[in-house]
Ligand binder design. Sequence first.
Ligand SMILES: [Zn+2]
Length: 217
Amino acid sequence: MFLGHLAVGLAAKKATPRVSLAMLLLAAQWADTLWPVLLLAGIEHVRIDPGNTVFTPLAFVDYPYSHSLVALLGWAVVIGGLYRGIVGGRRTMLVLGVLVLSHWGLDFVTHRPDMPLYPGGPLYGLGLWNSVPATIGIELAMFAIGLFVYLSTTRARDRIGRWGFAGLVVVLVGAYIANISSAPPPSVTVLAVAAIAGAGVMTLWAWWVDRHRDVVS
Ligand SMILES: [Zn+2]
C-alpha cells in the first residue's frame, strides 16, 4: 500500500495541526522508509518475482525490523518519544506512534501472509493485492478522504501553498500509477535506491508546501 498510508498521514493533520505534514507522512511511511535502507544493508530481503500477487512483483522474503508488529511498536515508541523529547507534545507523541503502527494494519490488509507478528514469528496478511481493481479503488478512496481532511484543516497562504501542494498530489498519484503500469524493477538495488530517493523528495516537498499553508482555526 502506498496512497493508503499517505492518506492516514494527511488526515492526521486534523489531530495535530501544528505538526508538519512531512513528519506525519514520514511516520505513516516509516516502515517503507526504513525498509530500503535495510535491503541495501543486506539485513532484510526481497525477491523480484513477477506475479507474486497480481498487484506487485515483489516477494517479501523477510523484513522483521521494518515490518513486524512488535518492531513497529518499538519504532512507534522511539519516534513518538524522540519528537516529544525534542519538540514536545504528548498528543503529538501519541499521534505519531499511532501513525507508525497504522502501517502494519494497512499492510496486513494488502499483503499476502508475509507480515510478521515479531521477528521470526507467524506471518499474516489478507491479500488485497490479489485484486488490482479492489486495491486501486480502496487506496484512491482513502487518499481522497485524507486529502479532503487535510484541505479542510489547512488553507493556502500563497501560491506555493496552493500550487506546490497540488503538484505534490499530482506527483504522488502519478508515481502510484506509474508504479502499477511499469515493468518490475531491474534489481533490488535499483528498487531500494529509488525508494529512498522517492521518500526523500516526498518528505522535503511536503515540508516545503505545508509551511505555506495556515491552519484553519
Ligand atoms: Zn509497508
